[in-house]
Design a binder for this molecule. Structure first.
Ligand code: GLA
Length: 371
């Protein structure tokens, strides 16, 4: 990379500790930003084009700032195009610039590489145009970019990517997009992230289908309860009215209601430094995502089961949308290397895939540096 860029702007990937498939149901989720991130080196170029290059891809893309819609069809550059389009639509200035993207969030890992790209692109566009911004606003526009590309996502990923803080998890209330920072106090346990490395496909359509199922459940429960979102249904009320929900719709709603309760307990466990309890909650969350929400699949199940069977693991579950991607596990510090080896070997024997372990810290969301 030459050093003629004007700014270095980064946004984070994220891991969700607990609260899965809850954001679009209006509940609280518990993610944290990661040191795996997307970095954008950017400089103004005085034209009406955004030129994009990557450190890790041979491709180059050029976006026309007067016709950003066209960039939607690009294999690489589509997230940048939709981010610029939505930022402009929200009334902000988009100027011609050269961008070099350097992404250390593995694509398709369930650690939100797309959110990191969207958020860093918008922050870079604002910075290069001399505009100051609120990370929360950037997150909300970045979510629109993701939706423009076909995933009817919630706000968790973009919010964590933009607003994360080193050393803290975010208890994010998705009903009004406000967050409380909770110090990560895992005592003598480490957070370990492992990718099942199964190529995932159809994620978008299955994700949107799950979301629609939760909306169906909400519609039915609204006939009995004064609620605006599914996350408002308490466990008691659910018991009273669950008979109104049939089959899969019932199961999806049951996951949401129980997962919301687990998030509250997980926050308390984190504050109390009770890693045994937090671990148990992770295990319960995985079981619910497997049996009721059905978003795990045999690889994630095998990976979580291998992790859960290690004596120094307090708990493990899939993180993110599912259908592939990563698990998050709580592991005794001194045992991490042994754990990784044990889990990877067991997983490969069970599935034939090679898992990949990441070394990541809990890091900041957007950062901007003048070069
Ligand atoms: C994806 C979406 C998020 C969230 C998770 C599941 O990562 O982008 O909004 O719904 O799945 O918790």
């Amino acid at each position: 990379m030459d050093n003629k860029y004007a700014f270095k702007v980064t946004a984070a990937g994220r891991v969700n500790i607990i609260g899965e498939h809850i954001d679009y149901c209006g509940g609280k989720v518990f993610p944290a930003a990661l040191s795996l991130k997307n970095t954008v080196y950017v400089r103004p170029n005085g034209t009406d084009k955004i030129n994009i290059e990557w450190t890790t891809l041979p491709d180059k893309a050029t976006l026309d700032i007067n016709d950003l819609e066209k960039g939607k069809a690009l294999k690489y550059g589509n997230y940048q195009a939709m981010s610029a389009l939505m930022w402009g639509k929200a009334g902000h200035k988009v100027i011609g610039c050269d961008m070099l993207h350097d992404c250390t969030v593995p694509f398709g890992s369930g650690l939100s590489s797309s959110a990191a790209i969207e958020v860093s692109t918008i922050a870079a566009l604002a910075t290069v145009a001399g505009e100051s911004f609120e990370p929360r606003d950037v997150a909300l526009i970045a979510q629109k970019a993701e939706r423009a590309l076909g995933v009817n996502c919630g706000i968790m990923d973009q919010y964590a990517s933009a607003c994360g803080k080193a050393g803290y998890a975010m208890l994010l209330d998705c009903s009004d997009v406000t967050c409380e920072y909770v110090p990560i106090r895992t005592g003598d346990y480490s957070i370990v992230i492992i990718n099942c490395n199964k190529p995932h496909n159809l994620v978008e359509s299955k994700y949107n289908e799950r979301r629609a199922e939760t909306e169906k459940a909400l519609e039915i429960l609204k006939t009995k309860l004064d609620i605006e979102c599914l996350a408002q249904v308490g466990e008691r009320d659910f018991e009273l009215y669950e008979h109104l929900l049939e089959g899969k719709i019932h199961d999806r709603a049951k996951h949401v209601v129980s997962e919301c309760a687990r998030v509250a307990r997980a926050e308390a466990a984190m504050n109390a430094g009770d890693m045994r309890l937090l671990g148990r909650l992770l295990n319960e969350s995985h079981a619910s995502l497997r049996n009721l929400f059905e978003v795990t699949g045999k690889e994630l199940d095998a990976l979580a089961a291998a992790a859960q069977s290690h004596p120094d693991c307090a708990g493990s579950r899939m993180t993110g949308a599912g259908f592939g991607g990563c698990t998050i596990s709580l592991v005794k510090r001194g045992a991490v290397e042994d754990f990784k080896k044990y889990v990877c070997e067991k997983y490969t024997r069970a599935t034939g895939y090679n898992a990949v372990c990441y070394d990541a810290e809990i890091a900041d969301g957007i950062t901007v540096e003048k070069l």
